[in-house]
Design a protein around this ligand. Sequence first.
Ligand code: HEM
Length: 372
Amino acid sequence: MSNLSMPSADGSAVELPARSGVKPHERRRFIWMVLITITAVYFLILVGGTVRATGAGMGCPDWPLCFGQFVPPTQESQLPPDWRVRYADRGYDTADFDPVKTWTEYLNRLVGATIGLLAILTVLAARPFRREQPVVFWSSLGGLLFIAFNGWLGSMVVASNLRPVMISAHMVGAFLVQMCFIYAVVRAAGPQALLAQRITSPQAGQTTQQSPTLRELPSWFRSLVLATLAALTLQIFLGIQIRESVDLISRIATDLTRDQWIEAIPWIFEVHRSFSWVLLGLCLYLMFRVYQSPFRRTRAGLMAALLVGFTAFEMALGGALNHLGFPLIAQPVHLLTAHLMFGLLWFLYAVVSPSFSKAQSKNSKTMDLQHV
Ligand code: HEM
């Protein structure tokens, strides 16, 4: 049986030990499949954020059809004759038909449907893991179920006429989806691939691949990751409250221009803004500790560095919303970056979780590689 290889944090190929049961090509196929699905989920978050920021949420006033049609109309003449009456409660008693908004929302639905298919393929690719690593299969299935649930919630968002609380529930669903898939891919790839680093001994001229054991991290490191995750969750919760306020302000206070929205947001905005410094401090400290440990040159080190970069970027985007008149582009990107931060932290947590630690102790600490 040939071994599975995966790029390590320094870019070199790392051989994964072939385990009985799941064949290397099945493991590789699953890892690729789940990575494609996760990437598509992030793309959907960006598209969904754009739908909201551009006010295209009611571009299709019904679900799953759009103006009662499978392929949405491009001009008013293609709408049903009674469309103003039929969709009056969705604002179309006065609102004009806007094909750009309609097609933006339709694209959102197409991407959502594609993700549903990708998630089904991911679960099928996870089937070989059922006996050897059932957690990989069940996490993938969980991801698929949350996608289905979130698709249903999406229809409820439309049915509720974009009620802010429904939008928030829809967003929480997206977090659950990524949690399931990230956990599945971490467990499928295993410690050997994720924590491997190549060490070249100058004397012997030989390259060995080492995986530092999780026991080499301070005992409280896991608590630090959890505390940072909790702080990020709180920050996201605050962000959701602000988003709900912004939605209300943009609907009710129609005399305000975008650059005046910030002043109308309640005190929670100041808390959200200040708390981002606490979060940045936690992420920096986390990176500092990882860089002081043998995990510096592993994927965990890379993720910790990325986390700090994304946090700084997220704060800059928040600053743009605050000081540059609420630019439209910053809204979906601020949302996406929050999800990416969460994904990175969740990845780190999955790597230091007790079950991963157990999986690591089953594997040998060092594997000799061929000369390179
Ligand atoms: C790193 C820290 C931050 C995180 C993780 C974060 C996260 C979030 C999240 C998840 C939302 C909800 C977005 C949505 O549902 O569309 C949000 C909204 C918002 N955040 Fe932040 N944020 C951070 C920092 C900041 C900072 C520093 C500012 C301002 C100086 C800021 C200003 C805002 C504003 C104005 C909104 C409402 C955006 C909208 O309605 O589209 N954020 N934030």
